[in-house]
Write a protein of this length. Structure first.
Ligand code: IMP
Ligand code: MG
Length: 181
């Protein structure tokens, strides 16, 4: 598995620092709120698990599985929810926990969908951000971002290529030959 990694982009130590920093901000910002951490599976599993342990406020957790589909370039896209939250989010200040903000389409569609359920507030937190890949039509602003990364395919710490590499403890760049063959 390690042979397929070109370089480490975010080390275990750096991930720990990112998690500490973001958890600190959340602990300040959500003091008087009713926080629901909403983990988007599967990519956010490691980030969610580490982050929630550093949150010192009472909070609820939940999980969603969703995929976005774009029929054509003109299409606004649709999101299909495979696993929904178990609770009524109108009671909560919802914070979506994502692995990576890439084109931004999936998160954008998800935010639009969840907004219709009238959460008390709705914000996003992503471990990684690939700004170069952003769809110019997406104006979504994330409240918390761990680290901006270059336009390369990354795996590890939850992120996969064809369901592999999620269990690497760091985020690394996948060698091109692995997915170009
Ligand atoms: P978006 O809708 O283009 O922002 O796609 C977001 C989703 O695509 C993420 O939640 C990831 O599951 C996946 N993704 C995007 N870039 C990468 C990457 O570099 N490695 C692994 N998965 C990625
Ligand atoms: Mg994926």
């Amino acid at each position: 598995m390690l042979n397929d990694i070109k370089e480490v982009l975010v080390s275990e130590k750096e991930i720990e620092e990112i998690v500490d920093r973001i958890a600190g901000q959340i602990n300040e910002d959500y003091k008087d709120k009713n926080l629901l951490l909403l983990c988007i599976l599967k990519g956010s599993v490691c980030f969610m698990a580490d982050l929630m342990k550093k949150i010192t406020l009472p909070c609820a957790i939940d999980f969603m599985v969703a995929k976005s589909y774009y029929a054509g370039t003109e299409s606004k896209g649709e999101i299909k929810i495979y696993k929904d939250v178990d609770v009524d989010i109108s009671e909560y200040d919802v914070l979506i926990i994502e692995d990576i903000f890439d084109s931004g389409r999936t998160l954008n569609l998800l935010v639009n969908k969840l907004s219709q359920r009238n959460p008390r507030s709705l914000e996003c937190c992503s471990l990684l951000d690939k700004p170069e890949r952003r769809d110019p039509d997406i104006n979504l602003e994330l409240k918390y971002v761990g680290k901006a990364v270059p336009d390369e395919f990354v795996v590890g710490y939850g992120l996969d290529y064809d369901e592999a590499y999620r269990n690497l403890p760091f985020v690394g760049v996948l060698k091109r030959e692995v997915y170009e063959n």
